[in-house]
Design a protein around this ligand. Sequence first.
Ligand code: PRE
Length: 101
Amino acid sequence: MTERVGELLTEVLERNGLSTEDLISIWFTATPDLHSDFPAAAARRLGIADVPLICAQELEVAGAMPRVVRILAHTETELPRSGIQHVYLGAAAALRKDIAQ
Ligand SMILES: O=C(O)C(=O)C[C@]1(C(=O)O)C=C[C@@H](O)C=C1
């Protein structure tokens, strides 16, 4: 979990030209089958220490993709909404083919 969440956060920051200083808060969700750690702990291991973080469980919907951590990050940015890169790694790219980069 730590490695993959770190990878996702790093991609979100890099692809949007952001640094950890631009982060206001981050909301994580994990599917109900993930129990090894809090995604927020992975963020702190990346040095994101002074940012409010929250973890919640994704809805348990029949047929939903298992083993997914989602991040909703609130950030400072000059980018217009159309310029924001939405990051879906691996199989998760199938979840939002319309916005996954
Ligand atoms: O964007 C995702 O990760 C999705 O799985 C899609 C979607 C949605 O329908 O918009 C579905 C469930 C999640 O809680 C978030 C968003």
